[in-house]
Design a binder for this molecule. Sequence first.
Ligand SMILES: [Zn+2]
Length: 216
Amino acid sequence: MFGPLQDQPPQRKTEPARVDDPTCPSAAPARRGTTTLIAGCMFAGKTSELLDRLRCYPSNRRIAFKHVIDNRYRTDAIVSHDGDHLPAVTVTDAGQIPGKVVDGIEIAAIEEAHFFGTPLLNAIEALTARGVNVLVTGLELDTWGRPFPVMQRLAERADERTVKRPVCARCGAPADHSQRLTPIVDGRLVGGSESYEPRCANCWHPPPEPAPAEPQ
Ligand SMILES: [Zn+2]
């Protein structure tokens, strides 16, 4: 199991991006109401990229969301595997998100789209219609290698899509699968990120346990 006080990541060693950082994409004012998708398998660096991009906006013009079931590291922050983090609002479903984005917010980041399922699509549409930029991360494939429908739909409609590929833990090729390393207990994916490693399609094997119903 994993919880807020366990599995603490190491401290980040590099300086975070700053609002005045010329590498920030928003240093030149961008079009408003855009959707940016950062996709990939586990340990691809999706969260680190989300945090760096989010920091390009002043703290009073940005907000970040995570699903309540995503309780790795901390419940009140989005935390990357290298320990970088920013505060986040925890929600139980996608429908709660638009109402929490007040006027003046320029960007809303949403971590781990696959936890929200396809209702997230309507929430994102409500935000972009108001001119809020949306930055969203998510896994392309579940533990059994099946695509998440919400991620497929987001890939089709995103204004910008970045696919991150870490190196396969076995052979060093670009990885697009998350390999389950520990048994699945009673159909539940017990354990956090320590139960996975990135693998390429050739080195990846689905868990021996049968897959549950198709993800939303
Ligand atoms: Zn491999």
